[in-house]
Design a protein around this ligand. Structure first.
Ligand code: ME8
Length: 679
């Protein structure tokens, strides 16, 4: 027998600096649905997800959390995995970029790029956005990142460079020869326009921090986090391993068929990734499919905006299938879509409880009542045109649903399937099987059998089609239909007329009990409770429970940082008291270490009307060169004091985290002029 065709699909690997929210769940659920369907179509499917654990952003988050980057990554990566398991996502592998198999494979890829002459040593001087882990094309130190608006940091270091400039033509050829490489079309056009503007060589190593994979043979450098991250798609299927099993795996599954991503990381996947692969002489993935954003309260759901919704809240109330159905039905794939608890409950009640749930429970309970739980025989003599219409619509639904699904038009495919749900519910109402059952003659009995057989057959087809989307509830309906284990179903053969006669139904029970009005409030309350729980944990952590943390702190250098747990409860100040503190925006012009003091930095800060010298205890958390150009907040009317012989004319404001009081500077997302007062 021929080997089945293979299908390899990936999600992005998620950064461990944020806990999973339903934005991450969206991509993972989409991939899970596609993977499930491919399996049901007989494909040898491999579904990969995982976590992206290196880089400056993670290193800083770990410092802020008061633990080592590895401990931090272990914790958050574990949360992603636990959530995916709770949601019963059918991933085949979960890669972490801190795993030895990835480190080995990444270093092998780096060496290969070097050997093929695509990597050289040079020096980089420019702006870097730590949030996006992106080199940005802005000139001014501290200028906002064009992608996210956060202040950029000046990077000046000796780096390894990748010859991205040599890849412009090969990439443009790729986009034109393989039009399906980037989907949808709008993203493809953006990428082509970007590459046409010219590509500059890309710095692919860093020396100013340690949390990354060392460059083979030059351990002062760590590999650029995006090269490291993208390589996961290869290393997870065995790249760089000598083990014959891994090599067979690579041979079997590479190249990937679909890299599913959010639209904000298109450039990395559609420009950098194929450029690395072309340079390394490794076959390219079939396609990169970018979806839009899940919005909450009109803006992208993200940790930094503080507008996230957790999957757990929905799992605890309406269950995983409701979340999955909502995400695929409500968001038109490719575009942005809004999440709201109201819309979720409405969809649940309208489509699942009243739609599919109602069809299933009324059909199956009538078969139980009138035919002792056995699928009845449809008499040809008792057929009407209405029955044929349902059969034809069901056949057409299979064709349309399949075509739409193949094109990633999940919302339309579900609309199609629910068109059949509505038609069959209407058919039942119009044919009034309960009234037919009241008549005792032979013809009425035959008619009743035909109506219920038609409804049950349509229910079987809908259940099979939407199984990849709502796996748990369809598995239950399938069992209630008496058809056993739905995972054994081969979707390729699905057609009208295959419902085995005289099948005995399983135990019939409601699959989607209606949600009442209080569900929305309950979910909102759960979100609030979760947020305050996270806050309390952070407070407990920042306050520190160990004895060491209770010891009096070292005499403070002027960092206006107070662990937020330290504010004495109940003690309040008046607005006039607050007004006495003159907080102003400043921009760091000069930053340097203070000799003989490993915690102190000497800063010159422009506050609009003058430049102040400030000595700040932030040297353990910030390198001087990161600070030049950065906007900060200072207490401008603090009496000057001397530290290590230097006068400090003010104090810099920072949060203080963890047992060690690690400072994190206050800043702004918007551009603010120097000297602006905070009140
Ligand atoms: O970018 N709406 O990781 P990340 C829709 N580590 N999708 C969302 C979303 C939202 N509001 N929020 C997150 C990274 N996502 C890199 C990827 S891959 C080699 C490295 C989903 O944790 C979406 O898939 O920031 C997006 O692209 C991804 O999570 C970003 O996850």
């Amino acid at each position: 027998m021929d080997k089945p065709e293979k299908f390899y699909i990936t999600t992005p690997i998620y950064y461990v600096n944020a806990r999973p929210h339903i934005g991450h769940a969206y991509t993972t659920v989409v991939c899970d649905t596609v993977a499930r369907r491919q399996r049901m179509m007989g494909m040898d499917t491999w579904f990969l997800t995982g976590t992206d654990e290196h880089g400056q952003k993670i290193e800083r988050s770990a410092i802020a959390a008061g633990c080592s980057p590895q401990e931090f990554a272990d914790r958050v990566s574990g949360e992603f995995r636990q959530l995916w398991d709770r949601m019963k996502l059918s991933y085949d592998d979960f890669i972490r970029t801190t795993e030895p198999r990835h480190v080995r494979g990444m270093q092998a890829l780096f060496k290969r790029l070097q050997e093929r002459g695509y990597i050289y040593k040079g020096s980089y001087s420019g702006q870097y956005c730590v949030f996006d882990e992106l080199y940005v094309d802005v000139k001014e130190p501290g200028a906002p990142c064009p992608e996210c608006g956060r202040p950029t940091e000046t990077v000046q270091e000796e780096n390894y460079f990748f010859k991205l400039s040599a890849m412009q033509e090969p990439l443009l050829n790729l986009y034109s020869e393989q039009p399906e490489f980037i989907r949808p079309e709008a993203r493809r056009n953006e990428v082509i326009a970007f590459v046409r503007c010219g590509l500059r060589d890309l710095s692919v190593s860093r020396t100013t921090f340690k949390w990354g994979i060392p460059v083979p043979g030059d351990e002062n450098h760590v590999i650029y986090v995006w090269l490291d991250a993208l390589a996961n798609y290869l290393t997870a299927v065995g790249y760089g391993s000598d083990d014959p099993k891994d090599q067979a795996m690579l041979e079997r599954y590479w190249p990937a068929d679909v890299h599913m991503i959010g639209k904000e990381i298109v450039r990395f996947h559609c420009v950098y990734w194929p450029a690395f692969l072309l340079a390394a002489g490794i076959p390219l993935p079939q396609s990169i499919v970018a979806h839009g954003w899940l919005l909450f309260e009109e803006s992208k759901m993200s940790k930094s905006r503080g507008n996230i919704v957790r999957s757990e809240t929905i799992l605890d109330t309406l269950g995983a299938d409701t979340l999955r159905y909502f995400l695929l039905r409500e968001i038109v794939f490719g575009g942005d879509g809004s999440f709201s608890f109201d819309a979720l409950v409405q969809r649940f009640n309208a489509d699942l409880a009243n739609g599919l749930g109602n069809l299933s429970s009324r059909t199956l309970s009538m078969i139980t009542r009138y035919f002792e739980g056995e699928i009845p025989y449809p008499s040809p003599g008792a057929r009407t045109a209405g029955d044929d219409t349902v059969a034809e619509l069901a056949q057409q639904t299979i064709v349309d649903f399949n075509a739409q699904f193949e094109q990633f038009q999940f919302s339309r495919a579900l609309e199609t399937a629910w068109g059949l749900v509505a038609a069959v519910n209407k058919y039942i109402v119009e044919n009034e099987p309960w009234a037919v059952a009241d008549k005792e003659d032979q013809d009425s009995r035959a008619r009743l059998a035909t109506i219920l057989h038609t409804a049950a057959e349509a229910l079987r087809i809908i259940t099979a089609l939407v199984h990849p989307v709502i796996p748990e509830s369809t598995a239950r309906i399938w069992e209630q239909l008496g058809l056993g284990d739905i995972s054994k179903l081969d979707l390729r053969n699905l057609a009208w007329g295959q419902l085995p006669l005289h099948t005995r139904l399983g135990t019939v029970e409601a699959v989607f009990p209606r949600a009442d009005k209080s569900t929305v409030e309950r979910m909102q309350q759960m979100e609030l409770d979760r947020a305050s729980q996270v806050g309390q944990n952070a407070v407990a952590k920042a306050a520190g429970e160990s004895e060491a943390a209770k010891a009096p702190p070292e005499p403070a250098a002027p960092v206006a940082a107070m662990p937020f747990a330290g504010a004495p409860a109940g003690d309040t100040i008046t607005i006039d008291d607050f007004a006495k503190v003159e907080l102003r925006v400043g921009q760091v012009k000069v930053a340097e270490k203070v000799k003989g003091a490993d915690k102190l930095l000497r800063l010159e800060v422009d506050i609009g009307t003058e430049v102040r010298q400030i000595v700040a205890g932030i040297a353990k958390a910030y390198d001087p060169e990161q600070l030049v150009g950065r906007k900060v907040v200072i207490v401008a009317n603090l009496a000057p004091r001397k530290l290590r012989g230097l006068e400090s004319q003010g104090m810099i404001v920072a949060a203080s985290l963890g047992d060690e009081g690690v400072p994190v500077l206050a800043g702004f997302l918007e551009d603010v002029p120097n000297g602006a007062r905070l009140k």
